[in-house]
Write a protein that binds this ligand. Structure first.
Ligand code: AMP
Length: 198
């Protein structure tokens, strides 16, 4: 089962990913985590990423597609399925994901859209900023990230509705109930049951 977890910054992608990994034994690819790891190790890519992330902007598509290609090639061989968290973020990235999966004889099964109103996203991010220590959790950068999400990433929602893969989930509310809702939609869509409860 290959899934995209889709939603704005602060929509709960990280939280729900952790649960989906446990519930379905999926391999997790978070492009944000990959970039933060490069920053921590001080690689060339890390230096580029640091500058862009701290401004709340997106890295260039070709670079991100190359990173994803490498992740799939080196780390995701033989896994039962992948959860893509934070990728794709643009239409060209979505097309590239289709091609990359095809290359591995795979396809996307669903795009889980965590739908949270923008004011709530902003409130959550500001709250998270107090304890996260993330360089991009400051008020100006948060506003920029929400802007970037709105302009560059949100159009993907329409794209995935068009492909029939989009599964809208109300992302406002109790974490456990959101997990239950995702599981029930996935079971309906793919027939796959989760192996643990939450
Ligand atoms: P995240 O942890 O997913 O919120 O990602 C943190 C930051 O990493 C984003 O604000 C972007 O600057 C960068 N980033 C992560 N994934 C992507 C992507 N697929 N395309 C472009 N930039 C990305």
């Amino acid at each position: 089962m290959n899934l995209v977890l889709f939603g704005g910054p602060g929509s709960g992608k990280g939280t729900q990913s952790a649960r989906l990994i446990d519930n379905y034994g999926l391999f997790h690819i978070s492009t944000g985590d990959v970039l933060r790891d490069h920053i921590a190790r001080g690689t060339e890519l890390g230096k580029i990423a640091d500058e862009i992330i701290s401004k709340g902007q997106l890295l260039p598509d070709d670079l991100m597609i190359q990173i994803l290609d490498e992740e799939l090639e080196h780390n995701a061989k033989g896994v039962t399925g992948v959860i893509f968290d934070g990728f794709p973020r643009t239409i060209p990235q979505a097309h590239a994901l289709e091609k990359l999966l095809e290359k591995h004889g795979e396809k996307l099964d669903a795009v889980i859209g965590l739908e949270v109103p923008e004011e709530e996203l902003e409130a959550r991010l500001l709250n998270r900023a107090k304890e996260s220590g993330r360089a991009d959790d400051t008020i100006d950068v948060i506003k920029k990230r929400l802007d970037v999400y709105h302009n560059q990433t949100e159009p993907l929602r329409k794209h995935y509705i068009g492909t029939g893969l989009y599964e809208p989930i109300n992302g406002k509310g109790v974490v456990d109930e959101i997990t239950d809702e995702i599981a029930s939609r996935l079971e309906k869509r793919t027939g796959v049951k989760r192996r643990t409860r939450r």
